[in-house]
Design a protein around this ligand. Structure first.
Ligand code: SF4
Ligand code: SF4
Length: 494
């Protein structure tokens, strides 16, 4: 434990006066301080103290609700099958009642753009709420640190434990921590893979035990995701946020004077210093220099140094400081959610700005486009491919033949029976291998068809044609245009 952590900042002794307050330079409020060299993953391990409070309650609820949702996601059923399934082998994505095939994947481009724009807009106004309350990295790190606390103990014990020489008890505790981490990592990997292969293949494949029925790729992905989860949440932790995550890097570009940030009230807190309980020595600010805000920080920074790139805005320092303020009888909020305009310029935060209109406009345009695409999705997909090898041939009967392949996909969730017809053109007739084509739900089929032309009635070298595929009941239909080609030299052949 550091010297700072050992001292009691709220002294009850009456024979000692607190030392003279020291003036510190105020950190520039508009500047996000880059990460310090001390945050090197190989040299520095942060053991945060666990704290309770209003923000931590919200945080814990939101984090574990997201985690539970993720874990139950592959087990939700819809119309008798897995509700969310990203089958990359077929490839088909099932999202509740909708089925997305490769030709629909541009729809996901809209989804990603909307998600990114929403994240940018939220960051401009609410800062890094995603990092503190919903990011999977933060959720897993919090959970893994909780396990460490459960087996080894609170912060001080974990710091001491790291420095202890090896013993049977230390090895047993470490083994227990790693075994539980590994179990959670394996469950995470299984959940991910179940969203791709389906729970039926993964768990109910007939083999005993179930994993004996897995293919080579399933094993590779299972081991890979388990390893990545274990490494990220168990060892990389805050270094992932500081050194690797691009969002943490570019957030400084999005922050402005009206962005909500976790801030230390420098004017109120400084000069900081220890004091007798229930007193407020002259010349001192409200910060009793207890270091609790540093001890609870999962990234190991001191928020009193100003806004730093490592700060994931988890608000643990707010809850910790509020608890101290309650103990010393000062008002809460020495560290609080505020904006630079409010804290430094003593003005009201501006919510309405040209920036918000720009975000709303772009976001609205993307949502409209995605909705139109989703609504306009045809339940029957059809394309015509003209046979390129032989555009037109002449049969013994003198008829000119053009061959095509109709690529038909039943995108409904029921079996459909399709028929094919050629929109009438004088001298042209369509022949198909099947009179009716039954297709199961989401089944694709390449149907070869031919169009025959009567040479005495076809004069143009290229005649526009329209082929229609339709269901027997007339509910679904799709038409596509192509051409019927007639090479003049074929006219003179016997
Ligand atoms: S400085 Fe405060 S809000 Fe930022 S990461 Fe540390 S504890 Fe969380
Ligand atoms: S800001 Fe609050 S928690 Fe941090 S050292 Fe000062 S009094 Fe303690």
């Amino acid at each position: 434990m550091s010297e700072q952590e050992n001292k009691n900042p709220i002294s009850t002794s009456t024979d000692q006066e607190p030392p003279k307050p020291k003036k510190k330079q105020r950190p520039a409020p508009e500047k996000i301080i880059p990460h310090s060299k001390d945050m090197d993953a190989t040299k520095h391990r942060v053991h945060p103290r666990f704290v309770t409070g209003k923000y931590q309650n919200i945080r814990v609820f939101s984090m574990y609700a997201i985690m539970v949702f993720f874990l139950i996601l592959p087990w939700i059923r819809w119309d008798g099958r897995q509700a969310i399934l990203f089958n990359v082998i077929e490839p088909k994505f099932y999202i509740f009642g909708a089925t997305f095939m490769p030709q629909d994947f541009y729809f996901f481009a809209f989804v990603f753009i909307i998600a990114a724009m929403t994240l940018f807009m939220v960051t401009v106004y609410a800062g890094r709420v995603w990092c503190g309350y919903a990011c999977p990295q933060t959720i897993y790190v919090h959970l893994y640190q909780h396990i460490e606390k459960w087996i080894i103990g609170e912060r001080n014990k974990r710091i001491k434990f790291d420095k202890e020489p090896w013993s049977v008890s230390k090895a047993a505790k470490l083994l227990a921590v790693h075994a539980i981490w590994l179990l959670i990592s394996a469950i995470t990997a299984l959940t991910f893979i179940a969203l791709i292969t389906g729970t039926d293949y993964l768990f109910f494949n007939g083999a005993t035990p179930f994993f004996m029925g897995w293919g080579k790729m399933t094993w590779i992905f299972f081991l890979l995701i388990t390893f990545v989860t274990q490494t990220n949440a168990g060892y990389m932790r805050e270094h992932m946020c500081v050194h690797i995550c691009p969002y943490g890097r570019f957030q400084s570009v999005m922050f402005d004077k009206d962005t909500l940030i976790v801030s230390y009230d420098y004017e109120r807190g400084e000069p900081r210093g220890a004091r007798k309980k229930g007193t407020h020595p002259e010349g001192y600010g409200d910060c009793v220099d207890c270091s609790m805000c540093v001890q609870v920080c999962p990234t190991g920074i001191d928020i009193r140094d100003g806004l730093q790139v490592e700060c994931i805005q988890c608000a643990a320092c707010i809850d910790a400081c509020n608890e101290i303020m309650d103990k010393v009888g000062y008002p809460r909020g020495l560290i609080r959610y505020t904006t630079e305009r409010q804290l430094v310029e003593k003005q009201k935060t501006k919510v309405i700005s040209p920036r918000i209109f720009a975000y709303i406009f772009v976001l609205g345009a993307c949502i409209t486009a995605a909705t139109l695409v989703a609504v306009g999705r045809s339940p029957l997909e059809m394309e015509i491919r003209h046979d390129r090898k032989q555009l037109s041939t002449v049969g013994r009967d003198g008829l000119i033949e053009n061959s095509y392949v109709l690529k038909i996909v039943n995108k409904t969730n029921e079996k459909q029976i399709y028929k094919v017809k050629l929109e009438p053109v004088e001298g042209l007739t369509l022949r198909s291998r099947f009179k009716q084509l039954p297709l199961q739900a989401n089944e694709p089929y390449d149907l070869p068809v031919s169009i025959f032309g009567d040479a005495s009635k076809i004069t143009a070298s290229s005649t526009p044609i329209t082929i229609t595929v339709y269901t027997e009941d007339g509910q679904y239909s799709a038409s596509r245009e192509d051409v019927f080609l007639y090479e003049q030299k074929s006219k003179n052949k016997p």
